[in-house]
Ligand binder design. Sequence first.
Ligand code: IPM
Ligand code: MN
Length: 368
Amino acid sequence: MAIRIAVIGGDGIGPEVIGEALRVLEAVAKRHGVAYETTNLDYGAARYLRTGKVIDDAEVEQLRTGYDAILLGAVGHPDVKPGILEKGLLLKLRFALDQYINLRPVKLYPGVTSPLRDKTPEHINFDVIRENTEDLYCGNGGIARIGTPQEVSTQEMLATRFGVERCVRYAFEFCRRKKEVGRGKGRLTLVHKTNVLTYCGDTWFRTFNEVGQKDYPDIERNYHHVDACCMYMATRPEIYDTIVVPNMFGDIITDLGAAIAGGMGVAASGNLNPDGAASGGGPSMFEPVHGSAPDIAGQNKANPIAAILSVAMLLRETGRIKGDQAAIAAGDDVEAAVQKVCSLFTGQSMDRLDKPTQEVTRLVLEAL
Ligand code: IPM
Ligand code: MN
């Protein structure tokens, strides 16, 4: 059965880079005989400014039941107050569709110049598994006596045993799978701040060690405080193989990860419901890590590679869930083509290439 993809271009450069990624999808799908269909959805700033609506429950339900995957460009617009689209669309979908894993590879491709002077592709090659439905993102808290000297606000960090355990288990499995196919060292690092966040940190630390000791004795367990992790990512990134991390710290360290791997222009991510739509949760959603970049929107300057790599991840993940080997092979092909193209940009930051958007896509299509 065809892979049903909901396409939400979103705001700023989102629609442009997604348009390019779809050109690559079309080519690689034809080559591998992957059947798919796309539906464009206009959720985002433009519709919100026109109608006052972000996304309603019926639309979320439609996404949950009608599609195998979602491809998202970016959300956020200078004319919309911060938080409305981010919480109302992006976070709403992550939570409602129970996309409890945010998978963010940090991989320096050959030929790409890292700001870390002495680091090469063998030093920067790890995966961050960010918990995606809890922590400071849960929305608990409040604000009172606003605008007075007595103003008070709180924002709660939340960890549930259930949420932490399913994330940690996914990370152990992921790490083991990488080791088995010769792509990893079998080392899983938990990143937290257990010396200060003694409640949530304790839940994470105990769950990590209990699950690891009992079910994953073949995986080496490692722990770093998040501040130290930032230092190591900048000085010794080669010590990392797979990182598992709560939502907020994961948000922060993955921007750093993107930077050391050459820039946001090459960072892809998957908001995964690893059990697939069949679990009753919902489809996974794939998106470039970069935002809507309104300053360069509509100027043919955006680097489409992160969106193209998000399509590669979409093909691989959806292929895995549906047992579709052709889709997995197609995803691998897209990544290989991107790798070839990246080496044409040695010395540049992948954030701002000296070639227009469509020219970069043309190079990827040629490499395919
Ligand atoms: C990301 C983004 C989002 C996040 C924002 C836009 C809500 O920064 O995907 O990393 O914080 O998760
Ligand atoms: Mn972020």
